[in-house]
Write a protein that binds this ligand. Structure first.
Ligand code: DP6
Length: 346
């Protein structure tokens, strides 16, 4: 019998156009509302994880970006336990191998925790690599969800919906592909890095406070998001950029309005972020039609969705208004990223 088995997987980040914000179950990570994102291609912003198990390993160990961490993180342990539970059920791994300790080694090629969905790529990668190691069949997005909610969407390429589900055990809360990356292959994402600093309040804590204090979040969940999900999916199927862009920007704005409605307020966008949003509206006005959409997660960095033909114009405008030397903490890397179609590439 083999004594060491090893698997390496690369997983990209995803950028939400309908935001996930608020949980109905903290432990299983069940969301209050469904969400939709585009998964970026694996050659740009991604996590790379190698996992192995061996009868010779004396304990579980994990290294993140080259530094060993203690193996105590509840979410990490939940993911490993769930993979092993399913592996036991599916029976492809021997009972002896199921007992072996694991070594996990993960690296990101972009700033961690700066609102650039690093946990999404990280947990998608962890769960995909463990699932391969333990030879799991079936959907694994509901395992990735237990690492970090948004991670479940990085399991699939193209545009992906995280179905909120309504069961208490979370078995119906998983990701499904809306369309693959070939469907709208002119779509690009520009990431404008405003700051690489770690965010003040992480998403997990931030959304807990929003659930506890924001009235606007309740209205958003019950009255706004369901229609937006249906409408943006239709826009994606029809490749209707204007509708797609309008909904994306409105949803980002409402998410940040919820953050400000949270008490004490969560301020994720900076002055530069607001200047970028102004610039995007100005570009669209001058173009006489909507050619680019912004969206901001729990940090100041901007993600722009646009079609390939408009990348040069938008990049030129961004570089003109925000020369890289303007402010030491402010620089822009315009990365025209395509959407990805598959998760696993070694
Ligand atoms: C603003 O998935 O990081 O990026 O489930 O607590 O780990 P946890 O939160 P996380 O939240 C991401 C929120 C968001 C919006 C989104 O990606 O939908």
């Amino acid at each position: 019998m083999e004594t060491l088995r090893m698997v390496t997987v690369v997983a990209p980040v995803n950028i939400a156009v309908i935001k996930y914000w608020g949980k109905r179950d903290e432990n299983l990570i069940l969301p209050l509302n469904g969400s939709i994102s585009g998964t970026l291609s694996t050659n740009q912003m991604c996590a790379k994880t190698t996992v192995s198990f061996s009868r010779n390993f004396t304990r579980n160990r994990i290294w993140l970006n080259g530094v060993e961490e203690t193996f105590e993180n509840r979410r990490l342990i939940n993911c490993l336990n769930e993979v092993r539970r399913r592996a036991k059920e599916q029976g492809k791994i021997s009972p002896e191998e199921l007992e072996y300790n694991v070594h996990i080694c993960s690296v990101n090629n972009f700033p961690t925790a700066a609102g650039l969905a690093s946990s999404a790529a990280g947990y998608a990668c962890l769960v995909a690599s463990l699932s391969k190691l333990y030879q799991l069949d079936g959907d694994i997005s509901s395992i990735a969800r237990q690492g970090s909610g948004s991670a479940c969407r990085s399991i699939y390429g193209g545009f992906v919906e995280w179905i909120a589900g309504d069961k208490n055990d979370g078995t119906d809360s998983c990701a499904v592909q809306v369309v693959d990356s070939n469907h709208w292959n002119e779509m690009r994402v520009l990431i404008l890095v405003v700051s690489e600093n770690k965010k003040k309040t992480g998403s997990t804590a931030g959304m807990q406070t929003s659930v506890a204090t924001s009235e606007l979040l309740k209205t958003r969940v019950s009255q706004v998001v369901p229609k937006r999900l249906a409408d943006i999916k239709q826009a994606i199927y029809n490749k209707d950029f204007k509708t797609f862009a309008d909904i994306t920007m409105q949803d980002s704005n409402q998410f940040h309005a919820v953050c400000l409605d949270t008490y004490p307020p969560l301020v994720y966008m900076s002055e530069v972020s607001h200047a970028i949003s102004d610039l995007i509206h100005q570009i669209n006005e001058e173009a006489g039609k909507t050619i680019v959409a912004y969206t901001f997660d729990a940090g100041p960095n901007a993600c722009l969705y646009l079609l390939e033909e408009h990348v040069p114009l938008v990049l030129a405008a961004v570089n003109h208004v925000f020369p890289t030397t303007q402010n030491a903490d402010t620089y822009f890397t315009g990365i025209p990223v395509t959407l990805d179609s598959q998760l696993e590439k070694k």
